[in-house]
Structures are given as structure tokens and as C-alpha cells.
Design a protein around this ligand. Structure first.
Ligand SMILES: O=C(O)c1cc(=O)[nH]c(=O)n1[C@@H]1O[C@H](COP(=O)(O)O)[C@@H](O)[C@H]1O
Length: 274
């Protein structure tokens, strides 16, 4: 089954909110956990218990695990596996992007079903050229997995690159060119293609997403200030194909698992159609 199909089924059953697992040092401290691999493992385990049975997609942020070296990576491996066992799709947030041959190695690390770090999808950066991502997109497709390519990010600095025009003869923004390249890969897929994009909910994106035929990850919801009204204004009243993602705004309610569940349920209740 393709990733697009698996994602559509999961969202139909479990809803569209993507739960971020971002073990910030400040959150470990606020949860009364030590700033070491043991504290990280406890944090991740509570997130698995709180979210993985209910959310369609869970998004661990790799950086916070990598910060603890090999012990942190071991926790990430276990977290990915536990979320998948509980039925959630794992979108590993690694924002990789490299020359094609190295990209193939990153793809094997995260998208080859035989890898210990295999997730269901990864975030990718297209700023070495969208074409450099081809080995990852192809491997993802072979293994029924997906990718989410950064188009218009939620941070204020992103516009300097992403809103630039492609060339004097091609007046599109760089972000629109990323959307169009993803749309080309997704053409003809049903119900959704495997190539998603990332578009922050924090600012008006000005993009034409009508032909994308793929999922849109919308970060910036919650802690970075975007509200449900911002989401519907920017992505349409029914949020078709859109996965709003929230990390700190929900995680700050931990460490109690029931309190985390209640916080995510409160956010889900604000989304249209949920
Ligand atoms: O790819 C992402 O997930 C991402 C893209 C983007 O444009 N902005 C963005 O905030 N993110 C990630 O989404 C998460 C947002 O976390 P909160 O701001 O705590 O909800 C972090 O893991 C970010 O790295």
C-alpha cells in the first residue's frame, strides 16, 4: 500500500492532528526529568503512551534525540518502533537534504524498511535542488513510505530564500516551484501522492496548492502562535489534506499521561470536522 493511501486511512480513523515529540531540555526539566538519556527515554515513553494509540501521525524531532549521542539514537529507535506498534505513522523530523548520492544514504537510514531507524516518512530540505531528493522519493515509494519537503517554513527567516523568484524568466517563488515539483511527482496518485510539503501556518503562504495532490504538514500551530482560525483561513475551511502539527503547546501539559491526552484532545476538538 502506498504512503498516501496509508496516511488517508489513518487520518480518516484517527484525525488529522500530528503530535510532535520534541524533548526540549526545558521540557525535561519541567517534567522533573534528568537531562540525560534516561530522562529522554522517560519523556519519550510518556509521549508514546499519551499519543501513539490515538494520533494518525506522530512526529519525533530527531535533533533532541541526537543531542544525547548514541544513547539518544537508541531511544529514538525504540520510540519509532513503539509508536508504530501502537498503530501511529511516524514522521521523523530530520530535515535532510544533500547531493544525490549522499541523499541515497540518508534515505536508506530512514526509509528502508530494514533500517533500525526506519520511519513511515521524513522531512526533507530541497535547497540543494528538488532533483537531489529523487533517491529518497524513489526509495520511499518502493517501501510504501513518504516524504514531506520544506516549501514555506514557519520561521520568520524562511521568506528570504523561499519567496525569492526562481529566475528572470520564471517568475514563480522558490516555494511555489517546490510545490509544483511535488505536484509533478504526485500526478495521478489516488487518494493522495507520497510527496507531501511543509507549509507553516504562521503566515499567509500565497501558494497555489490546488494541484498538489499530496499532504501538507502545517507547523507553527500552537506555540509559534498560529490558531485554528489561521489554519482554516490559510488552508481552507475543511483543511483537506492538511496535517496541523503541534509540539510544545501540548507537551507543556506533561508529565502526566492523562493530562497530555486531555491537552491533545482539547486541540483536536478545535479542528474542523473532528
Ligand atoms: O518540518 C517541520 O516539522 C517544521 C517545519 C517548519 O517550518 N517549522 C517547524 O516548526 N517545524 C518543526 O515543527 C515543530 C514545531 O514545534 P512547536 O513550535 O513546539 O509546535 C518543531 O519540531 C520544528 O522543528
Amino acid at each position: 500500500m502506498t504512503f498516501g493511501q496509508r496516511l488517508s486511512d489513518a487520518v480518516a480513523k484517527r484525525g488529522r492532528l500530528c503530535m510532535g515529540i520534541d524533548p526540549h531540555p526545558e521540557l525535561l526539566d519541567a517534567w522533573g526529568l534528568p537531562a540525560d538519556a534516561f530522562g529522554l527515554a522517560q519523556f519519550a515513553q510518556r509521549c508514546v503512551e499519551a499519543f501513539a494509540e490515538d494520533a494518525a501521525v506522530v512526529k519525533p524531532q530527531s535533533a533532541f534525540f541526537e543531542a544525547f549521542g548514541s544513547a539518544g539514537i537508541a531511544v529514538l529507535e525504540r520510540t519509532i518502533a513503539s509508536c508504530q506498534e501502537a498503530g501511529a505513522l511516524v514522521l521523523l523530523d530530520v530535515k535532510r537534504g544533500d547531493i544525490g548520492s549522499t541523499m541515497a544514504a540518508y534515505a536508506r537510514a530512514y526509509l528502508d524498511a530494514a533500517s533500525p531507524l526506519a520511519a513511515d516518512a521524513v522531512t526533507l530540505s530541497p535547497y540543494l535542488g528538488f532533483g537531489s531528493l529523487t533517491p529518497a522519493i524513489e526509495l520511499a515509494e518502493q517501501h510504501g513510505k513518504g516524504v514531506f519537503v520544506l516549501a514555506r517554513t514557519s520561521n520568520p527567516e524562511g521568506g528570504a530564500v523561499q519567496l525569492a523568484t526562481v529566475s528572470s524568466t520564471d517568475g514563480r517563488s522558490v516555494a511555489q516551484a517546490v510545490v509544483d515539483a511535488a505536484a509533478e511527482r504526485n500526478a495521478g496518485a489516488s487518494p493522495l501522492g507520497d510527496v507531501g510539503i511543509v507549509v507553516g501556518a504562521t503566515a499567509d503562504h500565497g501558494l497555489d496548492l490546488s494541484h498538489l495532490n499530496g499532504p501538507v504538514l502545517a507547523p507553527g500551530f500552537g506555540a509559534q502562535g498560529a490558531t485554528t482560525d489561521d489554519l482554516t483561513r490559510r488552508f481552507g475551511a475543511d483543511l483537506a489534506g492538511v496535517l496541523p502539527t503541534s509540539s510544545r503547546d501540548i507537551l507543556r501539559h506533561g508529565p502526566d499521561v492523562d493530562a497530555l491526552r486531555a491537552a491533545s484532545a482539547r486541540v483536536v476538538a478545535t479542528l474542523p470536522g473532528e
